[in-house]
Design a protein around this ligand. Structure first.
Ligand SMILES: CC(C)(COP(=O)(O)OP(=O)(O)OC[C@H]1O[C@@H](n2cnc3c(N)ncnc32)[C@H](O)[C@@H]1OP(=O)(O)O)[C@@H](O)C(=O)NCCC(=O)NCCS
Length: 245
């Protein structure tokens, strides 16, 4: 492993994890996964996938002194990046060519709610921007904490996929350089909350977390998921002619 930044966040240090760290990283992820109430929320890497992401991708680990407390990564798998982009395009029409999976998001159970995942998402986003690539998180459809983390950094719910009973996923996309309209729509929605809705030209719809069919229908109609409100996801689309009249 290589030090990227000492005291990067709340006194924790940021490292780049490499192929030689395979066993260490695997033990951390397996140990944390076993403790999850909903084990299906963290879809495990195969050994081959983990080796690949450590060797070919960008895998970061956050450490409190000697202890690993969190991980996040961008995969390097080009073929899968093409496949993710195809799924997103078929669901929402958004065509990014390739969407590299952001995977391995895990925060030690005792460190959640401290902003650690948000910090690591910023790290991943900076890396994506430096490479001008789109990234996409594939998240269990009921994993509110993870979906909220991606939304908090401007990712958009841009695809859905039914794998098998109990395994429905959402695709959270961040285009190369960011989803600029999304930021504009979000700030406009906040204005809307302050009663400035007359001027606003945004259509919003809601879909309950976990409602794959409704998510799919809204994506089909040109909406993208951008926020969580209570137990629902806010989907938004710009009306023709821009956000403001
Ligand atoms: C998902 C996970 C990584 C979030 O880590 P975390 O460090 O607790 O998250 P943060 O404190 O950085 O929060 C990031 C954002 O998500 C929001 N968030 C986090 N947990 C949330 C929850 N349970 N409900 C609603 N929002 C939540 C925060 O409010 C924050 O948004 P903000 O920056 O706008 O305030 C963590 O819960 C985890 O490790 N879960 C188990 C493994 C897992 O599910 N990984 C994801 C696989 S796809």
């Amino acid at each position: 492993m290589k030090l990227i930044e000492r005291n990067a966040y709340r006194g924790y240090s940021l490292y780049l994890m490499e192929g030689s760290d395979f066993s260490y990283v695997k033990d951390f992820l397996d140990g944390q996964r076993e403790k999850l109430e909903r084990i299906e929320f963290f879809y495990p890497y195969t050994d081959k996938e983990l080796r690949n992401v450590l060797e070919e991708g960008y895998f970061v680990g956050l450490f409190d002194c000697e202890d690993m407390i969190a991980t996040f990564a961008i995969d390097g798998d080009e073929e899968y990046a093409g496949e993710l982009a195809r799924i997103v395009k078929s669901c929402s029409g958004v065509d990014v060519g390739k969407a590299y999976e952001s995977s391995g998001l895990m925060v030690d159970a005792s460190r959640r709610g401290e902003g650690v995942a948000g910090f690591l998402t910023d790290v991943i986003v900076r890396r994506a921007d430096s490479r001008s690539i789109a990234v996409c998180g594939v998240v269990h459809i009921e994993n509110i904490a993870s979906i909220a983390t991606f939304f908090s950094r401007g990712f958009e719910l841009s695809g859905v996929w039914h794998m098998s009973e109990g395994y429905d996923f959402v695709y959270l996309l961040r285009r190369a350089g960011g989803n600029a309209e999304n930021a504009a729509i979000k700030s406009t929605l906040l204005l809307q909350n302050n009663g400035d809705c007359d001027k606003i030209k945004i259509d919003t719809e809601y879909s309950s977390i976990g409602d794959l069919d409704r998510h799919r229908k809204l994506l089909d109609d040109g909406y993208r998921g951008i926020l969580i409100k209570g137990s629902r996801i806010v989907f938004a689309r710009e009306k023709k002619g821009g956000i403001y009249e």
